[in-house]
Design a protein around this ligand. Structure first.
Ligand code: DGJ
Length: 379
């Protein structure tokens, strides 16, 4: 009898093994995160799209060594029903082998984000794009489109956004001199600081603004926004996308000018917009930042460091840098802070720091370390 009982228990336990891989029941920030094939998920600087109960995780596919810091493969896609167990769906956007293509292997593709356009029924991917061999100089945003969430995405274009448009919150006084600004060095901007005088905005007025670290937000009314580090990473730009999400309308604002924010990730909670960012220290972590606004395009007010914990955790955001905030389906006020622990010497080994977002008595979000956690943390 005892033997039959033991066999039954073993059979039940084996149901939780899928294709030889044990089903995971919790998230372990910073650990190796195996996909359905047992391979560490390869989707760095990622973002999540949720559609009809399926989550799609898009991120930078990295290879071993420091070559992995450039795009050798493309954007990887995984799917999941529970945000814990992920299926490898392969490369959603592939780099090009044609050396004349802007998306040639060896260029830089970072922080891809995908949104779904209900009107056109297209999946729209925007990503930070740099040209092969040109470092981070081009500061472009790239666009790729697909009929299916898992791709293949077709590369459409890369651009410096908002060409020929002034920010909505730009002083009339400085909407001048665009032609000659191209040759003016920042140091010749006397009096107020170069940021206050909008040096970079004016310099780039005719060619389009710089766009590096980025994220996307589709607001409740279906309007989408492209949020990116601009002005040589010194100021964020919040830019409205067209109704089909494939272009910029020209309406944009400067946010937290001169405060050098990177790695934007945004959540809307009880009508307020909470913006998580980092400072600019390359691949090294730094103290996370938080700001709040009543309107998506600002103005934003800076709040305290959202990280709670030891001094080291607060100084390094648990050794990570924000990339996206996931809204958990079917749970009230449930959001996940999604960040990268970069390992630039062996890029493929970068780890994922996912933590539940907590709210204090004033409804301000904050983060606390957990070695492992599951969705019972959400009410
Ligand atoms: C920090 C950015 O957030 C990353 O996406 C990447 O661009 C690194 N800088 C490169 O140093």
């Amino acid at each position: 009898m005892k033997t039959i009982f033991n066999t039954l228990i073993l059979a039940l336990l084996s149901l939780s093994f899928l294709g030889g891989k044990e089903k995971s029941i919790c998230i372990k920030p910073g650990e190796i995160w195996p996909d359905n094939k047992g391979v560490h998920i390869n989707a760095h600087g990622g973002g999540i799209l949720e559609l009809n109960g399926t989550y799609y995780w898009y991120g930078e596919h990295k290879i071993e060594g420091d070559a992995g810091n450039t795009a050798q493969v493309g954007v990887h896609c995984y799917t999941s029903k529970d945000l814990i167990n992920w299926k490898d769906k392969g490369i959603a956007l592939a780099v090009d082998n044609d050396s004349t293509s802007l998306l040639v292997k060896g260029c830089i593709i970072e922080r891809p984000k995908v949104i779904y356009n209900k009107k056109t029924k297209k999946f729209v991917m925007w990503f930070h794009h740099e040209l092969k061999g040109k470092g981070y100089d081009a500061a472009l945003t790239g666009l790729a489109i697909s009929d299916k969430p898992t791709g293949p995405f077709k590369y459409i274009k890369s651009l410096n956004p908002n060409k020929g448009n002034w920010p909505l919150n730009f002083s009339e006084e400085f909407k001048t001199d665009t032609a000659t600004m191209t040759n003016i060095k920042p140091k010749s901007e006397q009096g107020k600081t170069i940021i206050e005088r909008g040096y970079y905005v004016r310099r780039d007025f005719n060619k389009g603004q710089m766009a590096r670290d980025m994220t996307l937000l589709v607001d409740d009314d279906g309007k989408a926004y492209h949020i990116h580090s601009s002005e040589s990473n010194q100021t964020l730009h919040f830019a409205e996308l067209t109704d089909d999400y494939t272009d910029f309308t020209g309406r944009y604002t400067r946010v937290l000018p001169g405060e050098s924010n990177e790695a934007p990730a945004i959540l809307k909670h009880k009508g307020k917009y909470y913006l998580f960012t980092s400072g600019c220290t390359g691949w090294d972590p730094n103290p996370g930042r938080l700001a709040v606004a009543d309107n998506i395009m600002g103005p934003y007010t800076s709040l305290a460091n959202p990280t709670r914990g030891t001094e080291k955790q607060m100084k390094t955001t648990f050794q990570s840098q924000s990339t996206y905030i996931i809204k958990v389906n079917g749970k009230k006020d449930a959001y996940i802070f999604m960040a990268d622990r970069w390992i630039p010497k062996n890029a493929i080994d970068g780890r994922y720091i996912w933590l539940p977002i907590k709210f204090d008595n004033n409804d301000i979000p904050y983060l606390e370390w957990m070695d492992e956690w599951d969705f019972s943390v959400f009410k």
